[in-house]
Design a binder for this molecule. Sequence first.
Ligand SMILES: *Cc1c(COP(=O)(O)O)cnc(C)c1O
Length: 346
Amino acid sequence: MRSYAFPGEIEPDILEAGAVQVPYMRTAEFSALVKDLERRLLAMVGADGGRMIPLTASGTGAMDAVVAGFVKSLPGEALVVDGGSFGHRWADLCRYYDHPVSTVPVAFGRDLNYEAMERTLEERRPAVLLMQHHETSSGQLFDVRRIGAMCRRLGVKFVVDAISSFLSEPFHMDGMGIDMAITSSQKGLNIPPGLSLIFLSKTLNDHKFAKGSYYFDLEENLRNLTRGQTPWSPATLLFLQLKARVEKLERAGGVEANIRRVAKLAARFRSALAAAGIDMPTEVKANCVTGFNVPQPQATTFARDMIDRGYYVMPSGNPTWFRVSHLGADTEDDTDSLTTTIKSLL
Ligand SMILES: *Cc1c(COP(=O)(O)O)cnc(C)c1O
């Protein structure tokens, strides 16, 4: 099987980094590993003087921690950009934790109206804006730099879910005016699921977080992490794979080189699909995934037919909407074989 679902194909040496006896975590060595990862990853997200909280949880765990600990600590309403299932999740979480929230609905696969967004921010003056950099359900990329400038001007705290844009789109917290960002292991980092990362900009260095969740308590995490320890048992092997992955990324030219690699594969896949007349309606396509419509009746069995031919692609709640991830370890030849197989089924 070849996987074009998250995390996609993982390189053999990264897999092997996790196929070892589990090291004990209450050691100086593990603390040093955590501190080293924090330093390198903060540089990758452009959060000078910030902090990183690794959580043993999938990406939604990080979203949960952000709402329970940060959003709940703020005196005013949260505003959420809802452009698909992940935007919707921010709003769901605010409601779950009983925090006042309103949403800016964005049609599936369409870009934000930035002028209208600016007016909404001016009128509502929310305490915090929560959004996705890349709404993974539709493939739509949002201009967070532009939104960050508005938030900074109006004194609105800005939280960005960069789970599926980190390492495949330019991203810089300080440069984009982002106070808090999250990512997770099984997307751009291309290691197995189970580890998510919260990045705090130095703008939050003295922030008093709310006690909204025991396991995800941000202050408890930050306190322990000053000495490189997580309060609870970490997913130790994922930390080893994360280290191997980060070192490999740095050796291969860093974040920019990885963005170029992913963008090239995405462009190659899209031009092959476009030549075959396949509908890819997303307005501003992120490098991470390509979403496309498969006509009926082929759509009904498309995901299964692809599995039978050796490929995982991602289906969705919409029976004709499918996505292919470009984040995995892949060559141009691999991508060409994938497109040949897709075209043979349509
Ligand atoms: C994958 C993803 C998440 C988190 O999903 P999990 O299944 O909990 O890892 C959140 N936001 C975005 C934008 C994602 O792509």
